[in-house]
Design a protein. Structure first.
Length: 198
């Protein structure tokens, strides 16, 4: 019975906080955090607020463009939280000296994880203007060999979002950035090796 009263109290405070922040534009966290700390303790309250913040940011996206921006912030947050839980502190790009280091990921790892995060957001109704596609790869090793720089044209993988209305595909690529930074969300024809360069 006590737990039900706590949940009802949190729901009421959440409604008031949501209404206030909808009018003012901020403030829901200030009202909710003390209540969540009392009800669940600080170790559970902080992740609850973090998840609520990510979901609120994604949920406010009214256009495909806004949704892509919100997705970038959500992916950065989720990637950081998952990385912290698993002991992954991934640095940007190709780390040749980190081969075998379990804290580092290659582009295939990052693309796979990002696709998983996108699928979770989509399954929870937080992505509405896009569908999640399979991962995609681009490369042009022949051009890289001709230019004597094969690494610049090495195979590279990314997660893909497809805009529902236009059919435009976007690469969602965090790999060139440190873990916790927003991924680049770029039209696939302009991503990595531009289609005009292939």
């Amino acid at each position: 019975m006590r737990r039900a009263v706590e949940f009802l109290f949190i729901l009421c405070i959440g409604l008031v906080a949501g209404t206030l922040s909808g009018i003012v534009g901020f403030g829901s966290s200030i009202m909710l955090m003390p209540v969540l700390v009392i009800a669940f303790g600080p170790l559970q309250a902080v992740p609850i607020m973090a998840i609520a913040a990510v979901m609120a940011r994604v949920k406010r996206a009214d256009t495909p463009y806004e949704e892509r921006r919100a997705v970038a912030y959500a992916i950065a947050k989720i990637d950081t939280d998952v990385g912290n839980a698993l002991g992954i502190k991934d640095r940007a790009g190709m780390q040749f000296t980190a081969s075998g280091d379990p804290t580092q990921m290659d582009c295939v790892d990052v693309a796979t994880n990002t696709t998983s995060y996108l699928l979770v957001l989509k399954a929870n109704g937080l992505i509405t203007h896009h569908t999640v596609e399979g991962t995609m790869s681009k490369e042009n090793l022949a051009k890289g060999l001709v230019k004597l720089n094969p690494v610049a044209y090495w195979p590279h993988w990314s997660a893909i979002l497809k805009e529902n209305k236009s059919g435009q595909k976007y690469a969602v690529d965090r790999w060139p950035f440190d873990q916790g930074e927003n991924p680049a969300i770029v039209k696939v024809e302009d991503w990595y090796i531009k289609d005009t360069e292939r």
